[in-house]
Design a protein around this ligand. Structure first.
Ligand code: NOJ
Length: 565
């Protein structure tokens, strides 16, 4: 294995719109990121991923790009990008940006041209089809559904045809079969790398190829969503080889692909094993929904399926051992907040620290999503009008359609998974508007900001923030650096329903990481180990009697151990 700089990094994801507002328009901006770089450096991270700030009509908060070479006016200017990158680099922080290559905004000049006539030279930049006749009426070419609800085709009057869009109506999909599209996108990536960024998080990368346009059979739904129609199909790998040959291999850059749900480990390895020559690593989401979220309407009734959670993490860890590298992240800007998903509201500090330890000590590159380090939670939505995200709004109406008499349930269901949860403004202080802005923000601030904020965390040495800082120090700067970064991973007691325990080993050194997901006391037999040192814990004292460790609710302990002979 060739060591790479990102294997020794700890990343932090920034959703700029909600991070910090410096120009009092209620919207976070690039100068806000710049101003908080010292904060990030003090936390210890040395890599930031900034979500899209490119020029965009913001139908999907910037993932609908209108101009890849300019900055949305609400976020700042190209000069702001320059100063931000330069200061980050001075602080030893690498910067990666989103590379959005599956689609553009419908306001992108390519699409404006493309939709204007069938003969336009840009026509084949996007995926067009004339549709088909059904019962004498012209309908979409296929009945495929899109991620944000409804058909994955949109009718376009000027040429009386349909374009494909697997996300929103304003995000037409690029036609990757067209080599000109490939070359344009390569040009864009090179441009940003030459500008000085250190790599990309590659958006929706698994969707660049499509199955033959045939209807999904045997379905009651008008537009069923079947990922297989546009996920992980063979040509994606051809495109990625080309991107790797022409860009990624030529720069010392990080290329992390978002491969979405339903990416098998086998396909993960195809994208990101050391010899794949495609991507440096892939984000998967298998660990995001290991609870009863599908059948529950009240947030406090969520129960973590610990066995399932361990199994998905261990499967990826084991498959990538010696073969590839993985990012380690609990959530991102598309998932509910960690504390509301797997944390416990009665034990926020203990469960928050336990979750952080569980993730950060595995093998891979950890990514913290903004606000995770202070334990931010989901927003208590009370009405559909409070949703900003297009997919949350459409999810609400889909739930309502199934259960028209129960709007309360529809709201709860949509809220639990809503992508608006992680997008509420960062809670910096207990002061006016949580210190995020001096103007009413674009998105509601969580009511709990007076308690959960950076200011409070920094004042208290026992806070969640300092626990994150210590985890980062252990990984990057302590005597355990090599072991935590490169050691082998071994899951212990996979069937235990309360504990998530694993061992990390490098040469003759081992760490035992013990995490309780239980609200009750749980025992763990330590008798076969000699405990050499307590490296980290989330309670002041541990209770060990006759070789049995008695863990308190959500207790988490890391021991340096030696196996007894
Ligand atoms: C994945 C991004 O994470 C999400 O926020 C976005 O809506 C879609 N890709 C489309 O770009």
């Amino acid at each position: 294995m060739t060591k790479k700089w990102w294997m020794e990094s700890v990343g932090y994801q920034i959703y700029p719109k909600s991070f910090y507002d410096t120009n009092d328009d209620g919207i976070g901006d690039l100068n806000g990121v710049y101003e908080k770089l010292d904060y990030l450096a003090s936390l210890g991270v040395n890599l930031i991923w900034i979500c899209p700030f490119y020029d965009s009509p913001m139908d999907d908060n910037g993932y609908d790009v209108r101009n890849f070479f300019d900055v949305a006016k609400e976020f700042g200017t190209m000069e702001d990008v320059r100063t931000l990158i330069d200061k980050a680099h001075e602080l030893g922080i690498k910067v990666i940006l989103d590379y959005v290559l599956n689609h553009t905004s419908d306001e992108h000049p390519w699409f404006v041209e493309s939709r204007s006539s069938k003969e336009n030279p840009y026509r084949d930049y996007y995926i067009w089809d004339d549709g088909k006749m059904k019962d004498g009426i012209k309908v979409e070419p296929t009945n495929w559904g899109s991620f944000f609800g409804g058909s994955c085709w949109k009718y376009d009057k000027p040429t009386d045809s349909y374009f494909m869009k697997i996300f929103s109506n304003k995000m037409p999909d690029l036609n990757w079969k067209n080599e000109k599209v490939q070359d344009e996108m390569i040009f864009i990536a090179k441009n940003w790398l030459d500008y000085g960024i250190d790599g990309f998080r590659i958006d929706a990368v698994s969707h660049l190829d499509r199955a033959p346009f045939e209807d999904i059979e045997n379905t009651d739904e008008q537009y069923p969503l079947d990922w297989h129609k546009f996920s992980n199909l063979p040509k994606v790998h051809d495109y990625l080889h080309k991107l790797n040959d022409e860009i990624f291999s030529k720069y010392d850059c990080l290329a992390i692909g978002e491969v979405g749900g339903q990416a098998s480990i086998e396909s993960g390895l195809k994208y990101a094993s050391f010899d794949a020559n495609e991507l440096s690593m892939v984000f998967n989401f298998d660990h995001n929904w290991c609870n009863n979220i599908e059948d529950v309407t009240h947030p406090n009734k969520l129960v973590t399926n610990v066995v399932q959670l361990k199994s998905v993490f261990a499967k990826w860890q084991t498959a990538f051992k010696d073969k590839g590298w993985l990012p380690l992240n609990w959530l991102n800007h598309d998932q509910p907040r960690l504390m509301s998903q797997y944390g416990n509201h009665k034990y926020p500090l203990e469960s928050g620290k336990m979750l952080a330890t569980t993730l950060h000590l595995m093998r891979g590159t950890p990514f913290i999503y903004q606000g995770e380090e202070i334990g931010m939670t989901n927003y208590p939505f009370e009405d559909v009008s409070q949703f900003n995200d297009i997919s949350s709004i459409s999810a609400y109406y889909r739930h309502l359609e199934k259960d028209p008499d129960d709007p309360v349930k529809a709201l709860k269901k949509a809220s639990l998974r809503s992508r608006d949860n992680p997008r509420t403004p960062m809670q910096w202080t207990k002061g006016y508007l949580a210190g995020f802005s001096r103007e009413i923000p674009w998105m509601m601030i969580n009511y709990n900001y007076k308690k959960i904020n950076v200011e409070n965390n920094l004042k208290n040495k026992n806070s969640l923030w300092y626990h994150y800082q210590e985890l980062i120090r252990l990984r990057r700067k302590s005597v355990y650096h090599e072991l935590i970064t490169y050691g082998d991973f071994e899951l212990i007691n996979p069937q235990d329903e309360n504990l998530f325990c694993y061992k990390r080993t490098l040469k003759d050194e081992s760490l035992l990481v013990i995490n309780s997901f239980s609200t009750h006391k749980v025992a763990y037999d330590l008798s076969k180990y000699e405990v050499l040192e307590t490296v980290l814990s989330n309670y002041k004292k541990q209770s060990i009697k006759d070789g049995i460790l008695h863990l308190k609710p959500f207790e988490s302990i890391v021991y340096k151990i030696k196996e007894k002979l």
